[in-house]
Design a protein around this ligand. Structure first.
Ligand SMILES: Nc1ncnc2c1ncn2[C@@H]1O[C@H](COP(=O)(O)OP(=O)(O)OP(=O)(O)O)[C@@H](O)[C@H]1O
Ligand SMILES: [Mg+2]
Length: 511
């Protein structure tokens, strides 16, 4: 086919004894957007690392044809020169370097005499970011000054500066807000109009539906099929991904809700860099036994700050009056929180959730309790049994409990983090974006676990940006906006519109 840009055939790749990819085919035509779908651990990122020569030719089997020629690239440099540019799932920016230096790392514009032409570099970086509607970013400042969504867009600017013929986006929106996601989808469409092809990986199927011309699905390292997006629905993709029908995405179960267990009054968090600004402003709420309390709101509404203050890990000045069973408690650090039976699964697993160099099993058994209370003697036999049970229960896909956790696929790392926080059996479990980067099947498993826990009397506070998830499993929903509580709804047929309206309407304006 003359318009075929990329043709991968029979790609097979093993790590040790485990086959991550087993005879995968993938074709991309010029200017086409192909959605690559599959459950956590299916092999999507690995396939893209084969294509971009993160895994060089010779470390895998099969063939890659690029613009009609066989490609046997030995390094990323070669694939980039050919026009294949990848934005990895885990960001690769250097925090200490400036935004512009990151964008042009290794390709800095030079002036006569060979010196880096900073003026040209800053101007080009600023132009790229302005095109991404990120003109407010100061390209001379270090990347460390910017948050997750901004870093993601800086990575995208970097990729765009390389004039790709094929752009690979591996979970590009996991830390983007709704409007940033819209911007990104617009960019993908613009690029396509200019003839740039794209492989788009996302667990958010509405994004795949919005941009993909065609979809290729893989499962457990094997090829399932490809279809034109016009011929299939998100439902079909899910069935191909998990290999069975999925009738409901939310396994809602009736469960009794008891008396108030936990209460927070006047939680206030000041911005660490500007203490006159309140990130959370006098938020109060109650949590009942067996209740699932969802916290919704737009990015920057103060949700993560609020729950961090409850867990004693907010990075700045904060005050709160907390009560457990009606008695005042003090929580100045996570150790005190855990001692009171309050545990949290943090939003950013890379920074707080995992110890990358340790095995999956060690990460799970390294529960907050053990870590802070001093483990004493460890019963290794018991530990192995518990870890084995957790891996089975959470369906964590790992070759062995001893495999370094950083080697797991993104979603499987998330499941391991949740398993770890459940080891001390808390009374109040705080989950901050628990299913970020997790596939639909695994999400379902996580929700099932949440319902199991509340049936046993645990209470859950769940921060989530995914509205269907908040509405799908919460008993009650708190809505935050600009650090304040803007709504407290019993979830009895609550709609997205009601939540969004509350998030966007300041209380004084509503009054
Ligand atoms: N360097 C490695 N060493 C050992 N195993 C690995 C390595 N990289 C990936 N794997 C394994 O290969 C399989 C495929 O992983 P991959 O990261 O490609 O999945 P994925 O489809 O991108 O999943 P996710 O949606 O969670 O990002 C997984 O079982 C993973 O544990
Ligand atoms: Mg991946």
């Amino acid at each position: 086919m003359p318009d075929t840009l990329l043709d991968m055939r029979g790609i097979t790749k093993a790590f040790g004894g485990v086959r991550a990819l087993d005879g995968i085919d993938l074709t991309v035509r010029r200017g086409e957007v192909v959605g690559l779908c599959g459950e956590n651990g299916a092999g999507k990122s690995t396939l893209m690392k084969v294509l971009s020569a993160v895994y060089p030719h010779g470390t895998w089997d099969g063939t890659i044809h690029w613009e009609g020629q066989e490609l046997k690239a030995g390094s990323i440099r070669e694939t980039e020169a050919a026009g294949i540019v990848i934005i990895h799932q885990e960001l690769m920016l250097v925090p200490q370097l400036s935004v512009a230096e990151n964008i042009f790392l290794g390709r800095e514009p030079r002036a006569a005499g060979g010196f880096i032409d900073f003026d040209a570099m800053y101007a080009r970086a600023a132009k790229l970011l302005a095109d991404l509607r990120m003109g407010h970013i100061n390209v001379a400042r270090p990347v460390a000054d910017y948050g997750g969504g901004e870093c993601q867009l800086i990575e995208i600017a970097k990729a765009l500066s390389k004039n790709a013929k094929l752009l690979i986006l591996d979970e590009p929106t996991s830390s983007l807000s709704r409007s940033e996601t819209e911007t990104l989808l617009g960019i993908v469409r613009d690029l396509k109009a200019r003839g740039t092809a794209c492989v788009y990986i996302s667990h958010k199927l509405e994004e795949i539906e919005a941009v993909a011309d065609r979809v290729t699905v893989i499962r457990d390292g094997t090829y399932v099929g490809s279809a034109a997006m016009a011929d299939i629905t998100a439902h079909d993709i899910i069935r191909m991904m998990i290999g069975r029908e999925m009738t409901s995405l939310f396994p809602r179960e009736d469960h009794p809700i008891g008396a108030v267990v936990f209460e927070a009054r006047n939680v206030t968090c000041l911005d660490p860099h500007n203490t006159r600004r309140r990130r959370v402003d006098a938020v109060s709420f109650q949590l009942r036994r067996g209740e699932i309390l969802g916290i919704a709101g737009l990015v920057g509404a103060g949700r993560t700050e609020l729950v961090s203050a409850l867990f004693g890990c907010y990075r700045g000045p904060s005050t709160a009056e907390l009560f457990l069973d009606g008695q005042p408690i003090t929580v100045r650090n996570p150790r005190q929180a855990v001692a009171h039976g309050i545990c949290m699964v943090p939003e950013d697993r890379k920074a707080h959730g995992i110890v990358p160099g340790l095995g999956v099993g060690q990460n799970i058994s390294l529960s907050v309790l053990g870590r802070y209370a001093g483990a004493g003697l460890i019963d290794e036999h018991r530990e192995l049994q518990d870890v084995g049970a957790a891996i089975t229960r959470m369906r964590i896909k790992t070759a062995s409990p001893l495999l370094a956790i950083a080697r797991l696929s993104g979603g499987n790392q998330q499941k391991a983090v949740i398993a770890k926080m459940l080891a001390p059996a808390p009374r109040v479990l705080i989950l901050d974006e628990p299913t970020r980067g997790v596939d639909v099947g695994a999400k379902y498993e996580i929700y099932k676990l949440i319902f199991e826990f509340v049936k046993q009397g645990m209470s859950i506070i769940m921060v989530s940006s995914e509205m269907p998830e908040v509405l799908g499993i919460s008993d009650r929903v708190l809505v935050m906006g600009e650090g304040r509580l803007r709504g407290d709804f019993v979830n009895d047929g609550l709609t997205q519109e009601q939540v969004l309206t509350a998030a966007l309407t300041p209380l004084d304006a509503a009054a």
